[in-house]
Design a protein around this ligand. Structure first.
Ligand code: PA5
Length: 421
């Protein structure tokens, strides 16, 4: 670890100095954490759009343009948000799955028919992603049908200033929020990409950014054992060098599933690269998987504990104990499962999690554990920023550019050709 820490030193310095260079470098996403003017602009649009009293927010975007928002949304409000918050339901229109999008269109139309307002936030950094633009056109057409005179009030476009979407939004008169040029999709959750929709649903943006800033502070220390981002990267890198080519994020909370999906994209797109080394193609990458405890103990644990030794695991667990619900102690249940009577589900979960870690240690399966003190905006912001810095450090250690995704263009090019016919 000390050797890896030494190797990382110049990159740690670059991350440390990034703030003073603003948005003019590849670490631009870090500047979002202290940009008060930018946050104010987002807050103004949030206030404006809240005044319309929308009962539904439709977030049209994919990949880096919606995964971070989904992660924070679910972590803070749990998996049943739409049932528990009927005053502002949220839908994510990402894939071009006709059945799925039709369902959202129907839900939106039903709100409009009842005389309620819906808000469409189209998010695309490039402004030309097929899925996003196709879905946006559908929701825009719905708005035009029901509010032909003032439909533009119900649209917010979040995009790069040079994109074609920006030009269209300007021409149409939609509210516009900028994604700074050097802030890449999967590093953009603390830009308007995440902050606008999260602000609309009441997330404390100040706390979120404070948590993220705290991660920047703890991830720029020169001492590897105090530098959480570097330490985490070093553990994953050392494991990869030892043949552990799969990285499993094992989250012990149903509300953190989307956080796992967000990290999966961050790792896959940032590190999975092909490049030419003296005319030889070199392929690099760590395959990220996501598991949810305790559910996946009953699906993949056998493989993880008994299968090939090719995985490094990061457990993410909550350090919060809930008194409720508690098992009622029904006499007829006493003989079914030993020693659970009268206990809270939280304490049963803790015992299972403790058992899992012991089993991993006994089976000699390497892991690290991240304890989240609480599932609040501060700690979720801190964890996500920590993981983004970890990815910058991993990119440096693996000698790849963690900010680009050249091969994703391959499918986009072929898709466009097929659509042209
Ligand atoms: O991380 C990335 O850059 C990608 O996952 C993009 O976010 C994704 O492809 C969507 O692109 P865009 O925001 O340009 O529509």
């Amino acid at each position: 670890l000390l050797a890896i820490g030494k190797k990382l030193a110049p990159e740690i310095d670059r991350v440390k100095n990034a703030l003073s260079q603003g948005y003019e470098n590849q670490y631009a996403s870090l500047s979002l954490l202290t940009d008060k003017g930018y946050l104010e602009k987002i807050e103004q649009i949030i206030a404006l759009k809240k005044n319309l009293n929308p009962t539904m927010l439709i977030i049209v975007g994919i990949g880096g343009s919606n995964l971070g928002t989904m992660a924070i949304h679910q972590a803070l409000y749990g998996p049943f948000y739409n049932e528990t918050h009927p005053e502002l339901k949220v839908y994510y229109a990402d894939s071009t799955d006709a059945e799925y999008i039709q369902h959202i269109l129907n839900a939106a139309e039903s709100q409009l028919k009842q005389g309620n307002a819906i808000l469409v936030n189209v998010i695309s950094k490039s402004g030309t992603t097929t899925e996003t633009i196709a879905n946006f056109e559908l929701f825009l057409a719905l708005l035009i049908k029901h509010a032909p005179k003032n439909y533009k009030e119900f649209v917010v476009a979040t995009t790069d200033k040079d994109s074609k979407l920006w030009a269209l939004a300007e021409k149409e008169g939609f509210a516009l929020l900028e994604v700074p040029k050097n802030v890449g999709g999967r590093y953009s959750v603390f830009s308007a990409v995440g902050l606008f929709p999260l602000g609309m649903i009441g997330v404390n943006l100040f706390e979120l950014l404070e948590g993220a800033y705290a991660a920047l502070v703890t991830s720029t220390s020169d001492e590897i054992h105090d530098n959480l981002g570097a330490l985490s990267a070093a553990l994953i890198f050392a494991s990869y060098q030892n043949g552990l080519i799969i990285n499993d994020t094992f989250l012990f909370s149903n509300s953190l599933r989307n956080l796992g999906d967000w990290y999966r994209q961050l790792m896959a797109e940032s590190l999975g690269k092909e490049y030419d080394l003296q005319e030889n193609k070199v392929n690099v990458g760590i395959t990220p998987t996501v598991s949810i405890g305790t559910i996946d103990l009953h699906s993949v644990a056998q493989l993880y504990l008994g299968g090939p030794r090719d995985k490094f695991t990061t457990f993410i667990a909550l350090n919060e104990n809930f008194e409720e619900p508690k098992l009622p102690n029904l006499p007829s249940f006493a003989t079914l499962v030993e020693a659970i009577q009268g206990k809270s589900l939280s304490s049963i979960m803790a015992a299972i999690f403790g058992g899992v870690q012991k089993a991993y240690a006994q089976a000699d399966r390497p892991f690290m554990t991240v304890w989240l003190p609480k599932k609040n905006a501060f700690y979720i912001g801190q964890l996500m920023q920590l993981k983004m810095i970890e990815m910058m450090y991993l990119g440096f250690l693996l000698e790849v550019n963690p900010f680009d995704q050249p091969q994703v263009e391959l499918y986009k090019k072929e898709t466009r050709a097929l659509l042209r016919g």
